[in-house]
Design a protein around this ligand. Sequence first.
Ligand code: FES
Length: 110
Amino acid sequence: MSDDFLAELGAEIKPFRVHVCLGPNCTAKGSPDLLQHLEETIWRLDLQNAVEVIGTSCRDRCEFGPSVNVYPGPVFYNHIDRGAIDTIVSEHLQHGQIVDRYVFRGEPRR
Ligand code: FES
């Protein structure tokens, strides 16, 4: 859904959306725990009005999972763990700085 469409519906548009892959490969690598950690961190830092967190289907980068996408962008992050979540929150979601060391360098499967 586009932001324009959401605005027409009167839906709240937050500055950032984070998609955490809950596909089978990322789930096996611990993504449900990462989703919970991200949600708890967002609430602890009172960022719930700035960041929407969504668990998603496969992001087509299974061999590099756990996979996370941050919008606007999207910025594709991979090999994510709890420490990476903390860094992405503090650098990207709080200060708008893309965390280069977790950025996906390959090509998603089509
Ligand atoms: S299962 Fe996460 S990228 Fe495919």
